[in-house]
Design a protein around this ligand. Structure first.
Ligand code: COA
Length: 321
């Protein structure tokens, strides 16, 4: 049995900030941001939370799958921006949507989180442990961003995407290639709460996202083509047999460079980065849900999904729609 996506949904916060607005906060310009990243807008949470965005995306994914929340037996939320340290976002979503029969937990693999969740769900479904899974990638990254740091604040946005997976004899996930390199964790990080207890009063303040942009860029354009090639080989497919390559929406130039390295036309690499910016674990399921709603995905299409991010982490998945 393969894990097959049978429903998708996404939710973006109502408020969208364009590059001109950011140029009122930090020394930057629409021209700089658009040229270097491809980003024009990003959605920012006001009333929305990671949980509320997840619940809305999940509701749409369940409706498009024609399933009830009670049919779900595995619920995973990939996020680095939970609303509570504990319980997990997944448990809060479970309560709100009534997924009473699901085991629910979060995972943290940063921008590769959705790919990792797919990796876990596929293994559980293949082994017969669970049958129907709800996977959500959700972030309110705007709360981790230092809004005085022009090197990072222009890059990120908030949102959530969800998919419903079910066990299927045909199509679905064909292969995966997933990896991590913890020795490079400092390239992109965000410190957690400092230790403050009766025997230690750390002077550190809670952290914001810190990034060596050029290191991340080099890592992405080197590693993503390799893991996509590995996943294609495992699936027994050639690069030209892939209908769409959905890459984590971090930077338009990264996506263009990967397309060149795979010798594939850029038109096969759909993008929404201009409207959504980098929504970390939410970026792939948002893009997938938008393409699904637009009728751009057809039965039998072969898709590659690929993510990369803090950890460092990365992954690619080949699936048949
Ligand atoms: N507006 C205007 N200037 C900016 C700026 C901004 N928002 N951010 C940085 N700059 C400046 C820098 O201060 C630097 O100025 P200097 O030459 O006077 O020192 C100059 O632009 C060049 O900076 P640099 O970091 O070399 O730019 P870059 O071409 O590498 O682009 C990124 C920066 C962040 C867009 C690029 O490195 C990138 O996209 N990396 C990948 C990041 C990513 O995807 N992270 C998430 C992964 S999940």
């Amino acid at each position: 049995m393969n894990a097959k996506i049978i429903g998708t949904g996404c939710q973006l916060p109502a408020y969208a900030a364009d590059n001109h607005y950011l140029s009122t906060l930090v020394e930057t310009s629409d021209e700089w941001i658009t040229e270097r990243t491809g980003i024009r807008m990003r959605h920012l949470a006001q009333k929305e939370t990671t949980t509320s965005l997840s619940v809305d995306a999940a509701g749409k994914a369940l409706a498009s799958a024609g399933m009830q929340a009670s049919d779900i037996d595995l619920l995973i939320v990939a996020t680095i921006t939970a609303d509570t340290e504990t319980p997990s976002t997944a448990c809060r979503v479970q309560a709100e949507i009534g997924a009473v029969n699901a085991v629910a937990f979060d995972i943290n693999a940063a921008c590769s989180g959705f790919l990792y969740a797919l990796h876990i769900a596929d293994a559980f479904i293949k082994s017969g442990v669970y049958k129907n899974a709800l996977l959500i990638g959700a972030e309110t990254l705007s709360k981790l961003v230092d809004w005085t740091d022009r090197g990072t604040c222009v890059l990120f946005g908030d949102g959530a995407g969800a998919v419903v997976l079910t066990a299927s004899k045909q199509g679905g996930v064909l292969s995966q290639s997933v990896g991590s390199n913890g020795s490079k964790w400092e390239v992109l990080s965000c410190a957690a709460r400092p230790v403050r207890n009766p025997v230690c009063q750390s002077k550190e303040v809670p952290g914001y996202l810190r990034m060596d942009g050029q290191e991340v860029f080099k890592f992405a354009v080197k590693t993503v083509p390799l893991c996509i090639e590995d996943a294609l080989e495992k699936a027994g497919l050639q690069p030209e047999e892939i209908t769409h390559y959905l890459l984590h929406q971090a930077n338009k130039r990264i996506i263009q460079t990967v397309a060149k390295r795979l010798k594939q036309p850029e038109e096969r690499f759909p993008m929404n980065i201009d409207q959504c910016a980098n929504t970390s674990a939410a970026s792939l399921p948002i893009l997938l849900a938008q393409m699904d709603t637009q009728g751009r995905l057809h039965p039998g299409d072969k898709l590659v999904l690929s993510g990369f991010g803090a950890g460092l982490t990365w992954g690619a998945c080949v699936l048949e729609w």
